[in-house]
Design a protein around this ligand. Structure first.
Ligand code: GLU
Length: 341
């Protein structure tokens, strides 16, 4: 099958790619606004993609994709049709996986965690909790594969030929992160996140990926997959996270009075924070003028140009670090939002 890649003259596009597994919280909405604004103000298109491959989690959440779209619309974001759903593109992912050199992997999560443990017992790095796959199943013999498949269906992993890749983030500069034999297809047959996201960005002509910083460690692996599929690597810009008090990660259990934590639009409305106030809050947290309608942000305005100038993407290459960026609160640093902000 021949799938079209981006054609010459296409202005490119940005995207927002929510997983319909929980309501969009303030962090998601802030990132969506940042992605929309960076795309639209640079003359790009903007698409929304529903990343619903994990059908068990999607079903458990009650298929809330429609509500996520309604929330984005209520905020005032718009996007170019069609909204694609990953669950309807399984054949495309299968075809793309077949183009890559891969091997079956029978390891359980626990086996991988045990094998990846660093000698000093400390698996932490600037790349969060992620540890490269140690390659246990890479060179199994045919007989070993047959024996192991009787007890467990295999996942499929990329047989990579590199162990690192440099990628550029508009705010963080050029950083080099580790690359491993990334999973392409999970052992339940579902295409893996890293594969699907690369295929869709490539086929949708996405050349600007704005998303939260917790996904920065995935970028080197995604760039390698894109390169192997002959797709251009998009420009990345990872936003700061909206945190709970004292910089803690958002969790529903960690709500404190005044801090808006992980509330979604419905919960915020119950707390007396309507969409206009929410819009103002998000604009202020991004250093933008507090507009009544988001399309006002698309008009020429020197204040907005300032907000859109990211820190120097320094030419020097540093090890990948997904930690919070220091500095004044803005697009790229973590921030806590309060109702009375
Ligand atoms: N669907 C992913 C999420 O909601 C985002 C994927 C991406 O932006 O690359 O976390």
């Amino acid at each position: 099958m021949n799938y079209p890649y981006r054609t010459p003259g296409d202005p490119g596009r940005g995207r927002f790619a929510p997983s319909p597994t929980s309501a969009l919280h303030l962090g998601n909405l802030r990132t969506a606004l940042a992605a929309w604004l960076l795309a639209r103000r640079s003359g790009r298109g903007f698409v929304v993609r529903i990343e619903d491959l994990d059908q068990a989690r999607v079903a458990a959440a009650g298929d809330i994709a429609g509500r996520q779209l309604a929330d984005l619309e209520a905020l005032g974001l718009d996007w170019d049709p069609p909204v694609i759903r990953q669950s309807q593109r399984l054949e495309i992912y299968a075809e793309m996986i077949s183009r890559l050199d891969s091997y079956p992997c029978f390891c359980t999560r626990r086996e991988i965690a045990a094998a990846s443990q660093a000698p000093d017992g400390n698996p932490q790095s600037g790349e969060g909790d992620w540890q490269p796959y140690p390659g246990t199943c890479r060179d199994l013999t045919a007989a070993e594969r047959t024996a192991r498949s009787s007890s467990r269906p295999p996942a499929l992993r990329l047989r990579t030929t590199v162990d690192s890749c440099a990628v550029t983030d508009l705010a963080r500069g050029r950083q080099r992160g580790r690359v491993d034999d990334v999973v392409l297809r999970r052992n339940d047959g579902t295409p893996a996140y890293n594969l699907a996201v690369v295929v869709d960005d490539g086929l949708q002509g996405v050349d600007q990926v704005v998303r939260a910083r917790d996904l920065w460690p995935s970028a080197p692996r995604q760039a390698v997959i894109a390169g192997l599929l002959g797709m251009p690597v998009p420009g990345y810009a990872h936003t700061g996270l909206v945190t709970g008090p004292a910089g803690r990660r958002l969790a529903k259990s960690a709500r404190t009075p005044g801090s808006l934590g992980s509330a979604g639009l419905a919960e915020l409305a119950e707390a007396g924070i309507g969409v206009p106030q929410l819009r103002r809050l998000l604009c202020r947290s991004l250093g933008l003028p507090e507009v009544d309608r988001l399309d006002e942000l698309l008009a020429p305005d020197p204040r907005i140009d300032l907000a859109l100038t990211p820190p120097d993407p320094a030419a020097a290459q540093t090890p990948l670090d997904a930690g919070p960026l220091a500095g004044p609160q803005g697009w790229w640093s973590d921030t806590e939002l309060h109702a009375d902000h």
